[in-house]
Design a protein around this ligand. Structure first.
Ligand code: AMP
Length: 115
């Protein structure tokens, strides 16, 4: 049964498709990216369906902070000393799944600027 979130991450949240979960709490879950771009590549997503950072509202302030703190906690848990957190916002910026998510990428040297 859909709750209106027809993205692939909505399906993961509802347990309709499997994911390799590394964290869950009352506000978010985190799982391994299916196409990792580095030895560690996690995605932290809110349970609430916010399509992208464009739709984030002042009421989401604490939730957005929580996502970043969970991202940092998981990066350390994965043994990373340095890592990159990325929130692609909009198709031209590389966003392909329209359920806000924080990428946690690390385990190899990361070039800057990104492509
Ligand atoms: P973005 O391009 O920023 O929207 O990131 C979407 C990410 O979701 C990509 O890195 C994909 O590899 C990842 N992804 C897509 N489908 C799945 C899935 N079923 N399980 C885990 N990661 C996924």
């Amino acid at each position: 049964m859909s709750d209106g979130n027809d993205t692939i991450f909505g399906r993961i949240l509802r347990g309709e498709i499997p994911s390799d979960r590394v964290h869950e709490d009352e506000r978010c879950i985190a799982f391994r990216d299916v196409a990792p771009q580095a030895p560690v590549h996690l995605l932290v997503i809110p349970r609430e369906h916010i399509p992208s950072l464009k739709e984030a509202q002042p009421e989401h302030e604490a939730l957005l902070g929580h996502l970043l703190l969970v991202a940092a906690q998981l990066a350390r848990q994965e043994g990373l000393e340095d890592w990159r957190t990325v929130i692609n916002t909009g198709a031209a910026a590389g966003q392909t799944v329209f359920h806000l998510h924080v990428h946690v990428i690390g385990g190899r040297p990361l070039a800057w600027p990104p492509g």
